[in-house]
Design a protein around this ligand. Structure first.
Ligand code: ZN
Length: 304
């Protein structure tokens, strides 16, 4: 793609919105070139650890396959600690860099064995902030199974899938015993996702990691549901379009926390479709099926 469009480092480009997040580069604006642009070539080695990189067949991206690669460890810890995962406040980029570089943290479980002395020995870390970080680490133990599954960074398992898995299996042990076929039985879980989940949990290292997390007191129970809400309990919600006050994932979490279900597709069994801005085909389908359609405001009203 980069070659085909002759995109060089330093170029000014025209982009357009495509898909959800990453804009598509339409073309290079050639008259803005100054002559200092350089051709890009995919590095053959990981810039962080020097291991060769490979591009698995059928995939678009190159990966460093070294499991001990510090850049990969840092990235996975960053994801683990992020707000929507375990939400460990104070465990930011700079701190993670130091912890990994000094070998204090090699995996998620190591986070939970950090001591105040270890933290306080790091650059620019006062006693007080070390205490604060430890407190947030402690607090994250109660994040619950939904967040934990998302935090593990299993490929293809985002927040939505993590919640579906917990809704279905209700415990980590049941999920660990699930076969490909059990997983494929779940609506919304496809072959790629089920394969990835089974692979992750069949890896001895990952099982050990989960065991260590549990031993450290990290909760593997579903997050406690709020008091059952009769208006939402047992009802199936589908969200479409962009919400203003929250992300779709957050809205789904609110529904699930009140005993409702969040689904990705509209069917006769759908009770409510919540339509944000620019609703898609789900909106049309809901209208055809006569499913109740709520605006974001209606939905927020329902939550009160
Ligand atoms: Zn690497």
């Amino acid at each position: 793609e980069i070659d085909r469009k002759d995109i060089r480092i330093g170029d000014t480009v025209l982009v357009q919105r495509a898909g959800d997040v990453i804009p598509e580069v339409v073309k290079v604006i050639e008259h803005k070139r100054t002559g200092t642009e350089r051709k890009f070539s995919m590095p053959a080695h990981c810039p962080a650890c020097g291991s060769p990189v490979t591009k698995p067949e059928n995939e678009a991206v190159y990966r460093c396959l070294n499991l001990q690669c510090p850049a990969k460890i840092k990235e996975s810890i960053r994801h683990f600690a992020s707000r929507r995962a375990m939400d460990i406040e104070g465990l930011g980029d700079k701190l993670i860099d130091q912890l990994v570089d000094q070998g204090l943290v090699k995996n998620f479980a190591d986070i939970y064995t950090l001591t105040k002395d270890q933290l306080a020995s790091l650059d620019r870390m006062a006693d007080k902030s070390a205490g604060n970080v430890l407190a947030s680490i402690q607090k994250s133990k109660k994040a619950g199974l939904e967040r934990l599954l998302y935090a593990l960074g299993i490929r293809h398992v985002g927040e939505h899938t993590a919640r579906i898995l917990v809704q279905h299996f209700k415990s980590l042990n049941k999920l660990l015993q699930a076969s490909r076929y059990d997983l494929l039985d779940i609506h919304e879980i496809g072959p790629e996702v089920s394969e990835s989940i089974v692979q992750f949990f069949s890896d001895e290292k990952n099982r050990l990691l989960l065991q260590r997390l549990q031993e450290a007191g990290v909760s593997c129970e579903p997050a406690a549901p709020l008091a059952a809400d009769t208006r939402l309990s047992g009802k199936t919600f589908v969200f479409t379009g962009t919400l203003k006050k929250m992300t779709r994932a957050e809205a789904e979490q609110l529904v699930v926390a009140r005993g409702g279900r969040a689904s990705g597709s509209v069917s006769k069994k759908t009770d409510f479709v919540v339509a944000g801005d620019d609703p898609g085909s789900k909106y049309e389908k809901a209208r055809k099926l006569g499913v109740t359609i709520l605006t974001e405001e209606d939905f927020l009203e329902l939550l009160k």
